[in-house]
Design a protein around this ligand. Structure first.
Ligand SMILES: [Zn+2]
Length: 352
């Protein structure tokens, strides 16, 4: 959808359709979308709403989430392990989970309860909003509750439901239910600190290193399958989708070349292209010049190098002739050779 219909208007309208909690509100939001763009409406309508619209969820999960952040988090955590051999990869995940459980346990130990810290903050927020509502008892354990935004709902104390469906979907009583005195104990068991503690009561045991592992008794040697190594360095970065790539170009991000001038690609098309070509030419010219210099320098360096070697040879002969003398004389001659050789070498280097 982002590729075909972009902009905040479409984004907000889609979120409105997805986050409504009743069928009536969902239909109303879809109708608003149809008025803005019929093609977009038809495209969204073709996707079964039970996969993306909160109003069509059955409420079994007791979760308020609509995004796939959970799998994004897992993908991010196992990034280092993904391209490793299977045992190393599993070991990485085991170790990560072992440490993760301990860190969550520390948070659990600090929590006061009786609900989890997140559930407590949501309930507190609902309680403060409940003060703005007005509830009327209608008998049979039912209440009619009116809110400040023309929202009027029916709270059924026997069924533990509210017609806004937020209580049913999330498991935490909504503002309407809290207005008529639903106790904190009616929050679903999922959000109780006791349940959280039970979930993290199991720990992953530490294990010894590979050297201390027992050999598997199976006599068959398992050989790895034939693997063809592709040419080039393996890719580490995530491949960006077409939409992300388009955003990078169209998002008005300043190109590296024009950043110093305060221009970006979108507002500086014609001139930047002309400048780019000229600057490219200039760069290529400079580069060619520098390459030429380098080549010349290299030649000079080579000749200097030859010079030094010839000098070295001459000095060597001299040293040989001196070699017949005293030991100290030989030493000094040798020193002379080494110093001269070093000098020649330096000369060669500086020229190169
Ligand atoms: Zn409600």
């Amino acid at each position: 959808m982002k590729k075909m219909w972009r902009g905040k208007v479409f984004q907000d309208m889609l979120w409105n359709c997805a986050s409504t909690t009743t069928i009536q509100e969902f239909n109303h939001a879809m109708e608003e979308l149809r008025k803005v763009n019929n093609d977009c409406y038809e495209w969204v309508k073709a996707i079964p709403p039970q996969h993306w619209s909160r109003a069509h969820f059955i409420g079994r999960a007791h979760c308020d989430g609509l995004l796939n952040n959970l799998c994004e988090t897992i993908n991010n955590q196992i990034k280092k392990a993904r391209d490793q051999p299977i045992i190393t990869c599993l070991e990485y995940i085991r170790e990560y989970l072992m440490l993760r459980i301990v860190s969550v346990q520390k948070v659990i130990d600090k929590a006061v309860g009786p609900l989890t810290p997140t559930a407590t903050s949501v309930l507190e927020k609902n309680k403060s909003n409940a003060a703005q509502c007005v509830g009327k008892f209608c008998g049979n354990g039912k209440y009619q509750v009116s809110g400040p935004w023309m929202d009027q709902c029916v709270v059924d104390m026997a069924q533990h439901t509210c017609s806004c469906r937020k209580w049913e979907l999330t498991g935490i009583p909504c503002k309407h239910a809290l207005n008529v005195g639903v106790p904190e104990e009616w929050v679903h068991a999922t959000y109780w600190l006791k349940t959280w503690k039970e979930m993290y009561s199991f720990k992953i045991e530490p294990i010894n290193g590979r050297r201390m592992w027992e050999k598997f008794p199976c006599p068959t040697t398992l050989l790895p399958p034939n693997h063809h190594v592709p040419i080039g360095r393996p890719r580490k970065k995530r491949r960006k989708s077409a939409v992300e790539l388009e955003d990078m170009v169209k998002g008005g991000r300043a190109s590296r070349r024009d950043k110093s001038l305060g221009h970006n690609k979108r507002s500086y098309k014609g001139q930047s292209a002309r400048d780019t070509s000229s600057s490219k030419k200039g760069k290529v010219g400079n580069k060619a010049k520098s390459v030429g210099d380098e080549r010349e320098g290299w030649k000079k360096g080579q000749s200097a190098g030859h010079g030094s070697s010839s000098k070295k040879r001459n000095v060597g002969k001299k040293a040989q002739s001196v070699g017949g003398g005293r030991q100290s004389g030989t030493q000094s001659a040798c020193d002379g050779i080494s110093s001269r050789t070093r000098k020649a070498g330096k000369k060669g280097k500086s020229i190169a």
